[in-house]
Design a protein around this ligand. Structure first.
Ligand SMILES: [Zn+2]
Ligand SMILES: [Zn+2]
Length: 169
């Protein structure tokens, strides 16, 4: 091959290479702009386990968790397979993290998980009563209550009160 031909080939290779990386960059930018789609109601899953203190559980696994210092025994879910899940601390998750009555209880949490994380975004949960799972749903006025509120955040009573207000009664 003549030197000239080699030079042309090299220049062409560099050009194609930079064009390709620019293309990849554009694609990444476009994806970042688009963002990841929000979780869908229908994609909720069930997580069965026991409510435990995350820090105290980690202490058992060798951590120096200092559970009383900052975390104040914030609760998570110990799944049957030994996976320790943390709850996203939103209005629904906060209840699971803080409600001491749930500590040590077998529970079935309905919610979402996200790639490469061990966080659950909780939606509702079931607590075992006898050998039955009782569903608890979230009402933004009452907090968690037994029942199914059909994807809304109000129990039937509060939903009715809301209707009354809307009608100006
Ligand atoms: Zn603890
Ligand atoms: Zn209510």
């Amino acid at each position: 091959m003549k030197l000239g031909t080699i030079m042309v080939a090299l220049v062409a290779a560099v050009f194609v290479g930079s064009a390709l990386s620019a293309f990849a960059e554009d694609k990444a930018k476009a994806e970042a702009k688009k963002g990841v789609a929000k979780r869908l109601y229908k994609d909720r899953q069930e997580f069965v386990g026991t409510i435990v203190c995350v820090g105290c559980e980690l202490e058992k696994r060798g951590a120096h968790a200092q559970c009383t210092l900052h975390a104040k025994h914030a609760q998570g879910l110990l799944a049957r397979d030994g996976t320790l899940w943390t709850f996203i601390d939103n209005t629904r998750g906060h209840h699971l993290i803080k409600q001491k009555k749930l500590l040590g209880k077998p529970i079935k949490v309905v919610g979402w998980k996200f790639p490469k994380t061990q966080y659950i975004e909780a939606w509702s949960y079931y607590v075992k009563k006898g050998d039955k799972w009782v569903h608890w749903d979230y009402c933004k006025i009452c907090g968690f209550e037994p029942g199914e509120f059909k994807g809304t955040d109000k129990c039937p009573g509060c939903a009715e009160d809301g209707e009354d207000e809307e009608e100006g009664k």
